[in-house]
Ligand binder design. Structure first.
Ligand SMILES: Nc1ncnc2c1ncn2[C@@H]1O[C@H](COP(=O)(O)OP(=O)(O)OP(=O)(O)O)[C@@H](O)[C@H]1O
Ligand SMILES: [Mg+2]
Length: 274
């Protein structure tokens, strides 16, 4: 189970996040980035954060710790921003928190060079969870105390929006051409050999147990939250051994919005060639 804390103070909104996450303090004296249940993207975003966050951490990737945060909307009363106040009002009860890394910087591929082993591990993991949200434009990586941290796994596992076809999607290839780490000579074969055998039924079962029941309840076609948990385990278990062979890194396509500007690509290509 994820640690459970109670929010004591709303500190500030994180303006760059699409879902308007905010920084809160909690009764364990911790500071968290809070993803609100009332954010309008539905509980599946939070389920994805928990499944992928816990799985990644168990595979040895650096992802800040997660917690369940109880929120009493009363703490938003003095909040001058109407949008924030509405969000707090709509989010009473259980929300998701991620340990806030103070002073962390957004990942900049020109200022920070991950080694091929780490780049390979991150891309393999993103392929496993079908993460399309680690592109040049929106890397969702932070650099903190000189090391790279992974955040924002809310838009992964697209197949959980269509359960009847989810198993069929398990073997789908992953195009990493647009991945922010694609130019760092990722050791994909090494990552697959190291990580795939670790994704066992036992590990996945432990990971999905951390998802709170109330975010899984009422899923059409499933009897209860445990049945939904088993469905996540089945798809990820089927995908783990085959996904490595399905990763492709081609040319970044010119029409994608996340295409790096020319002057940046020249420098990156220069680095990769070294
Ligand atoms: N644990 C953390 N520590 C420090 N800063 C964080 C942390 N998590 C998120 N942030 C900051 O908050 C921003 C928004 O967070 P996140 O990407 O998780 O939200 P989001 O709403 O899902 O974003 P989007 O959909 O726009 O990518 C990040 O880009 C980062 O700058
Ligand atoms: Mg983000």
């Amino acid at each position: 189970m994820l640690p459970e804390v109670t929010a004591t103070r709303y500190v500030a909104p994180l303006r760059e996040g699409g879902s308007l996450p905010g920084i809160v303090e909690a009764d364990d004296l911790g500071t968290y980035v809070m993803k609100f249940t009332g954010a309008g993207q539905g509980p599946k975003t939070l389920v994805a954060e928990v499944v992928c966050g816990q799985l990644g951490r168990r595979l040895g990737l650096r992802i800040p710790e997660l917690a369940q945060i109880q929120l009493d909307p009363v703490i938003g009363r003095g909040e001058p921003d109407h949008e924030v106040q509405a969000l707090l009002k709509a989010s009473g009860g259980l929300n998701l928190g991620m340990d806030f890394l103070p002073g962390a910087l957004g990942f900049d591929p020109l200022a920070f060079e991950p080694d091929p082993v780490e780049a390979g591990r991150v891309i393999w993991f993103d392929a496993l969870i079908n993460n399309v949200d680690r592109s040049w434009r929106n890397p969702n990586l932070l650099v903190w105390h000189g090391r790279m941290w992974l955040i924002d796994h809310g838009a992964t596992m697209i197949w959980h929006h269509n359960w009847p076809r989810a198993r069929a999607a398990a073997a789908k290839p992953y195009d990493a051409s647009d991945h922010v780490l694609a130019t760092f000579r990722p050791d994909l074969a090494g990552a697959a050999a190291e990580l795939a055998p670790q994704v066992t039924e036992e590990l996945l079962t432990e990971v999905v147990a951390d998802v709170p029941d109330e975010w899984l309840a009422g899923e059409p076609g499933f009897e209860d939250p445990d049945a939904v948990r088993r469905a996540y385990v089945e798809v990820l278990l089927e995908r783990a051994p085959v996904v490595g062979a399905g990763i492709t890194i081609g040319e970044r396509t010119a029409d994608l919005p996340s295409q790096a500007p020319e002057w940046v690509r020249v420098r990156l290509d220069g680095k990769a060639a070294k």
